[in-house]
Design a protein around this ligand. Structure first.
Ligand SMILES: *Cc1c(COP(=O)(O)O)cnc(C)c1O
Length: 246
């Protein structure tokens, strides 16, 4: 009998999930933290919904996508997941996201905050967001500047239908051959300092979404409460976004 591809994926996923959980637990223990304070988000971009479902079945119930359309196409085909949008959000996609229980990790400007809150008001919901900060001042990355963070958080949380629950960052790409944990750590520390300062004024600003496959140890050491893992769980990504009927 020729195995269906989905069966191969099921065989593959359990060890990868266990290995990643072990990495998180080891890093947490070193930092004197509890692994249960760290949410593992499986980043399923480019992968089919069958694989996303296997992740949920293996206990990875938080899933993230970096494109709105891919998230919306995949979501109805996966049961039991909580969804996160970790990529840039354009204003014309706001209506596709609000009211669908998606945590938006990529709020990076006041005009987007306003659009999200206005839409949420119309839908009668509160939209949960994280403010994305470009900690490395990297022209290739989105996010507000570090020194604009407090202002953007204060503005966004003052809008009637937005809840700012924390901060998110993607550090600059490490140079070839460099250890991503070493390169990433000072950037993660910067995000934590921002969060600590903000939390004194705004106690609801708790989350730190930081750490990917290559640098989760440094992120957990610096206090990550959400890590976003793609390749460590699912292997290399496909060529482009997954599409229904592609
Ligand atoms: C793709 C992606 C990830 C996952 O990256 P890996 O290195 O594969 O773990 C995490 N965060 C964001 C914002 C992404 O776009």
């Amino acid at each position: 009998m020729i195995p269906r591809p989905a069966d191969d994926l099921a065989d593959d996923l359990a060890p990868a999930v266990a290995a990643v959980r072990r990495r998180i637990a080891d890093a947490a223990r070193l930092a004197g933290r509890s692994p249960s304070d760290i949410v593992l988000i499986g980043i399923t971009k480019t992968h089919p919904p069958e694989l996303a479902q296997r992740a949920v079945d293996a206990g990875v119930t938080d899933l993230g996508e970096n494109r709105v359309q891919e998230l919306l196409a995949k979501r109805p085909l996966v049961e039991g997941a909580r969804w996160h949008l970790v990529g840039p959000l354009q204003r014309n996609k706001v209506r596709d996201v609000v009211g669908r229980h998606v945590l938006v990790h990529s709020l990076d400007r006041g005009s987007l905050a306003e659009a999200l809150s206005r839409r949420a008001e119309r839908e009668g919901v509160v939209q949960r967001v994280l403010v994305q900060v470009n900690v490395g001042d990297d022209p290739a990355k989105s996010g507000c500047d570090v020194d604009e963070t407090a202002e953007l958080v204060a503005y966004a949380r003052g809008l009637p239908n937005l809840a700012v629950e924390g901060l998110m960052t993607i550090p600059p790409m490490p140079p070839d051959g460099a250890d991503a944990n070493v390169v990433g750590r000072p950037h993660f520390a910067t995000l934590r300092e921002q969060r600590d300062q903000l939390r004194e004024r705004f106690p609801e600003v708790v989350h730190l979404s930081m750490g990917m496959s290559a640098d989760l140890e440094a992120a957990v050491a610096e206090g990550a409460t959400m890590v976003r893992l793609g390749t460590a769980l699912f292997g290399p990504r496909g060529r482009g976004p997954w599409r229904k009927d592609a």
